[in-house]
Design a protein around this ligand. Sequence first.
Ligand code: ADP
Ligand code: MG
Length: 236
Amino acid sequence: GLSAESYRRRHEISVTGDNVPPPFTSFESTGFPSEILREVHNAGFPAPTPIQAQSWPIALQSKDIVAIAKTGSGKTLGYLLPGFIHLKRCRNDPKLGPTVLVLSPTRELATQIQDEAVKFGQSSRLSCTCLYGGAPKGPQLRDIDRGSDIVVATPGRLNDILEMRRISLHQVSYLVLDEADRMLDMGFEPQIRKIVKEVPPRRQTLMYTATWPKEVRKIAADLLVNPVQVNIGNVD
Ligand code: ADP
Ligand code: MG
């Protein structure tokens, strides 16, 4: 409708895809459960950021998404909060493996995502494990064995642990490729492809990237099914 169009124009949102739902312009309009809304209010956020406003309704329809938006635009909660809702719907046993898998290029970024998942997921009683290189595997393997709903991982370390057969991805049905352009720049494409082979094809896949070069388009075309594309601002 008109208000969706004017919100998109005002916030430089462009969308490509079939029947793209209107943005959630307030937290109240998301219909998120109260324990999630409580965390958002505790954080003192006045309103969803444009990428959140537009990608939440799409993600809640279980559609694949490519979201192109610059750093600092709130992409983490853009995929985490719908991931929480997805987890509630699935009600999988975390002991059998994660349901939500987030791939991130670096230890630092993966840790930040885990912090956000813990902070906003605590009242939903969600568990999260972080896997990254440059640290001993032992504690990370113990975390996996304890079970967690969400795994945030760098592709290198997750691939090592997969080759050791110490984690199962057979329950993953919500896969996020965060900072996809950076992961490819760092040479992680082979590891990403091996990891994705272990994830069942019946899944929702979300890709977040700051830029949209042809390498990223190619992997998006290979891994996502009929995605809705959301651009914020002037990204090439
Ligand atoms: P990106 O992944 O796009 O670089 P982040 O997800 O790291 O961005 O978010 C950047 C900062 O904005 C974080 O400190 C985060 O807590 C904050 N933030 C997220 N959502 C909102 C919001 N709706 N309103 C205000 N700040 C927000
Ligand atoms: Mg980010």
